[in-house]
Design a protein around this ligand. Structure first.
Ligand SMILES: O=C(O)CCC(=O)C(=O)O
Length: 267
């Protein structure tokens, strides 16, 4: 199975519409040139994850222009497409940071509303509502478990995905450069502790005055980094062996030793 991560640089000189058109072409080109089965895009690449003031103005209904463009790109290219996330405006009113995954015939396979919102008392944390449901996608090769950016800091979410059968975590992000080491550390930690592949696709460049971490990364279930991007716009392609997940879990069966419901310490 081949996967290509497209680390988009969100340049404020490019309009959202132009970027949508450019990224649609990129998905088609990359899928065919790299012979990819799965293409992955970053979080909120239409606006930039730190362009808070654009969230409301660029918010779209679930089946809005980005959905349409990405569904078409997936079916034109005949590829599984994790199309990153959009600022979604729910008909009831709230905004969500929603990732979209399409199957190779352009059908929506999953919509995942980011559970852990970033910003503490500002930005996304106050402007968007939190999702509450884990999301997995069964493909002919494997089961993908979905997560978005700040979610990466919360291992219990990923254990939930493992319990739901995930063998590859796809993390779509717009992580800042200032905490790049955390990003790389968490990507490796989640791969090792859950014995899965981690495909973590972030943004490059800089937007809203926030330099982006770039360094999209693919880690195998043993914790080996298979590929890592630099700071700018870049495509990473990796060959993945879905059977390696079961093989790793058999060779080193630590997941079987999980103890759930540990008692609280006695006072
Ligand atoms: O956790 C972090 O350091 C960054 C998270 C983030 O930028 C996000 O979720 O948008």
């Amino acid at each position: 199975m081949r996967a290509s991560l497209i680390q988009i640089a969100v340049d404020e000189g490019e309009s959202v519409n132009s970027r949508r058109t450019r990224v649609s072409s990129l998905v088609r080109d990359v899928a065919s040139r790299e012979r990819a089965d799965l293409v992955v895009l970053p979080e909120l690449w239409t606006t930039g994850a730190f362009a808070y003031e654009s969230f409301a103005s660029e918010a779209e209904p679930l089946e809005g222009p980005t959905y349409e463009a990405m569904a078409k790109a997936a079916s034109d290219a005949g590829v599984w497409l994790h199309a990153g996330s959009i600022p979604e405006r729910d008909p009831e009113g709230p905004l969500y940071n929603t990732s979209l995954v399409f199957s190779p015939d352009g059908q929506l396979a999953a919509a995942y509303r980011k559970i852990h919102r970033f910003g503490f008392d500002q930005g996304e944390a106050v402007m968007m509502a939190a999702g509450s449901e884990l999301a997995t996608v069964r493909t002919p090769d494997t089961t993908l478990g979905l997560a978005t950016c700040y979610d990466l800091r919360f291992p219990e979410l990923f254990r939930g995905l493992v319990d739901a059968g995930a063998e590859m975590f796809v993390v779509s992000a717009g992580w800042p450069a200032r905490r790049r080491e955390h990003w790389l550390l968490f990507a490796k930690a989640r791969a090792v502790e859950d014995q899965v592949y981690v495909l973590a696709c972030g943004t490059g460049g800089s937007h809203a005055g926030v330099p982006q971490a770039g360094h999209s990364v693919v880690v195998d279930p043993w914790g080996e980094v298979l590929a890592e991007a630099g700071d700018g716009e870049e495509v990473l392609t990796v060959e993945l062996d879905p059977a390696k997940v079961a093989a790793t879990r058999e060779q080193f069966p630590a997941l079987k030793d999980r103890l759930l419901g540990l008692a609280a310490p006695r006072r």
